[in-house]
Design a protein around this ligand. Structure first.
Ligand code: ATP
Length: 341
């Protein structure tokens, strides 16, 4: 029996292309994985009449670790977002998104090295919306002390372990006094009581956007609620080369699902053009997580090998996907990484 069973959800759009490329690279890096491929998204609708079938949720609950491609959610009406439902049902409360410049990838900014912590289970993504009267609709922003407290604690614990210097909380507590006020109070309390060794800063979200584009290097760890985290993740991705290079993890106390920040990229789906790097980097986070939580040294070794391999491909600069200024497709780029492995 394999040491780790990992649930693989290829998803929609470019999802299957990047997820399968990632699986090939991880397999080649020398780990003892058994992959359990499960459906979710538009592709699951025909067979299961559901974008998040029960069997997929059950597999994640049983094996506790997943790698997921993006899944589409129809805009406006219809099914609930698979991502939001998955995060809520499995209580994956911390979205962790490291945003860094990659070797030899020239972008507008240099020396960007941020880690975004996004609360993943409430805020305006609580899904509580109603029509008060025709022509008047409402969306409820929810904040609970429990959720605000645990995401703050998670971010500070991470900062402390990784010798990060500063945590900045983005908020709009001047307007949303109760909800963002609670988020801020919890963060401040965790800092004061548990991590006074780390610098702490609070910044109103609109000013934070301006400060980020002026000089992202003044930031280190960023902590925020759900919606701000969604928007700021894409903004920060744009600083280091776009959505093709930013990985992510959704982590709970019991279970973790790794996925790139990007969506289904319908404009390039099925064309073999997608950059698999964000998904592969999420795979590297998964390997490091298995090392940290299950103490499997082969996972750490595989993570390091994969990282060196894609660093080399980037540094050599000859086989890059279009979003990184090259002409290679998904297959060519993946083959280059496999060769360097
Ligand atoms: P969602 O709302 O599902 O999060 P989004 O609005 O953020 O999605 P994406 O689907 O991520 O949008 O696509 C945004 C842009 O980034 C598109 O032009 C897309 O082609 C590009 N993009 C996204 N992912 C990749 C990738 N892996 N490789 C290359 N380009 C990508």
């Amino acid at each position: 029996m394999a040491k780790h069973t990992v649930v693989l959800i290829p998803g929609d759009g470019v999802g299957p292309e990047v997820a399968h490329a990632t699986r090939r690279v991880i397999d080649a890096a020398g780990v003892d994985f058994s992959w359990l491929e499960m459906p979710a998204g538009q592709g699951a609708l025909a067979e299961f009449k559901d974008t998040l079938p029960e069997c997929t949720l059950a597999a994640l609950t049983q094996h506790k670790i997943g790698l997921k491609g993006p899944v589409g959610t129809p805009i406006g009406e219809g099914f609930k977002s698979v991502n939001v439902t998955l995060r809520k049902k499995l209580d994956l409360y911390a979205a962790v998104r490291p945003v860094r410049n990659l070797p030899h990838l020239k972008t507008r900014y240099e020396n960007v090295d941020l880690v975004i912590f996004r609360e993943n289970t409430e805020g305006l993504y609580s899904g509580i919306e109603n029509e008060v009267t025709p022509g008047v609709v409402m969306s409820m922003k929810v904040a609970t002390e429990k959720a605000c407290d645990r995401i703050a604690r998670y971010a500070f614990r991470y900062a402390n372990r990784r010798q990060r210097k500063k945590v900045t909380v983005f908020h709009k507590a001047n307007i949303m006094k109760l909800t963002d006020g609670l988020f801020l109070r919890c963060a401040r309390r965790v800092w004061e009581q548990e991590y006074p060794n780390i610098q702490y800063e609070e910044m109103i979200i609109d000013n934070a956007c301006m400060q980020l584009v002026k000089d992202p290097t003044r930031f280190d760890v960023l902590l925020m609620e759900n919606l701000y985290g969604d928007v700021i993740s894409d903004l920060c991705a744009g600083m280091v080369g776009g959505l093709g290079v930013v990985p992510g993890a959704n982590i709970g106390d019991d279970c973790a699902v790794f996925e790139a920040v990007h969506g289904t990229a319908p404009d390039i789906a099925g064309k073999g053009l997608a950059n698999p790097l964000a998904c592969l980097m999420s795979g590297v986070m998964l390997l490091n997580y298995l090392h940290d939580t299950r103490h499997d040294a082969t996972c750490k070794a595989a993570a390091d090998r994969i990282k060196h391999a894609y660093d080399r491909v980037l540094t050599e600069g000859q086989t890059l996907t279009r979003d990184l200024g090259g002409t290679a497709g998904t297959a060519e780029f993946t083959a280059a990484i496999l060769e360097r492995l």
